[in-house]
Design a protein. Structure first.
Length: 209
C-alpha cells in the first residue's frame, strides 16, 4: 500500500500520477466525498484530473462513496466515474458504496458499479470467498426499498448528522487548546481537527481514554 499526499482539498492528482510512474500500482483506492477521517471532499476539477491520470497511465480507480448521500450543504460533485467517461477511462473505474451508512448501520450490504468483465470476475471471487451476502440481509433491503421512501429517510438522516456536526464544531473551541484548527465538512460523519505546535495528539489520546 502506497499513500498519496493530499491537502485541504483532498487527493493531489499530480501526486497520484507521480506515484503511478514511480510505484506502478495495480489501482488507486479513494474516498473522494466526505473522506474518513478528514471529512474532505475532492473538487470536480481534481476528480477530472484523477480520471485523466487513469486514462493516461492505464490505472484502475476504485471510488468508494459510502457517504455521498449524506450531504446537507452545497451541491453534489459528480463521481470520478462520471468524468472517466469523457477522459476515456470508463473501462477502468469501479464505484462502490454501502447501505450501512444510509439505511441502517447493521445492514452490511454493499453495491458495486463496474465494467461487465470486472463484475463477472468479482462475482466469481465473491462466490469463492463466502458464496454470497446473507439472503436475509438482501431481502430486508429489497423490502425496505419497495415499501419505504428512501429519499425521505435520507432527509431525516441528513438533518440528524447536520445537528451532530454543528454541536461538535460548537464545542471544539472549549474542548481543544488555543490555536487548534478544524474544518467544517458539508456532509458525512467526520470533522478533522489539528492541534497547535507543541501538542502531541497521541499523548493527548492517552489522557482522554
Amino acid at each position: 500500500v502506497v499513500a498519496v499526499p493530499g491537502d485541504e482539498e483532498g487527493l493531489d492528482p499530480a501526486a497520484v500520477e507521480a506515484a503511478v510512474v514511480r510505484e506502478r500500482p495495480k489501482l488507486l483506492y479513494t474516498v473522494p466525498t466526505f473522506q474518513n477521517p478528514t471529512g474532505r471532499t475532492l473538487s470536480a476539477v481534481r476528480r477530472r484530473a484523477v480520471a485523466e491520470v487513469a486514462a493516461r497511465r492505464g490505472l484502475w480507480v476504485v471510488e468508494d462513496d459510502p457517504y455521498g448521500e449524506l450531504r446537507f450543504e452545497g451541491e453534489p460533485v459528480p463521481w470520478i466515474a462520471a468524468f472517466a467517461q469523457d477522459a476515456g477511462a470508463a473501462d477502468r473505474t469501479a464505484l462502490i458504496s454501502s447501505y450501512s451508512k444510509i439505511m441502517a448501520p447493521g445492514l452490511r450490504l454493499g453495491l458495486l458499479r463496474a465494467p461487465a468483465p470486472l463484475l463477472r470476475a468479482c462475482n466469481v471471487a465473491k462466490q469463492a470467498a463466502d458464496l454470497h451476502t446473507p439472503t436475509v440481509n438482501q431481502l430486508a433491503a429489497a423490502r425496505y426499498l419497495a415499501d419505504n421512501d428512501l429519499d425521505a429517510h435520507l432527509a431525516r438522516v441528513r438533518g440528524a448528522y447536520r445537528e451532530r456536526r454543528d454541536a461538535l464544531i460548537a464545542g471544539l473551541p472549549d474542548a481543544l487548546p488555543a490555536g487548534s484548527r478544524w474544518n467544517r465538512p458539508q456532509g458525512g460523519m467526520f470533522v478533522w481537527a489539528a492541534l497547535p505546535a507543541g501538542w502531541n495528539a497521541t499523548e493527548a489520546l492517552r489522557e482522554v481514554v
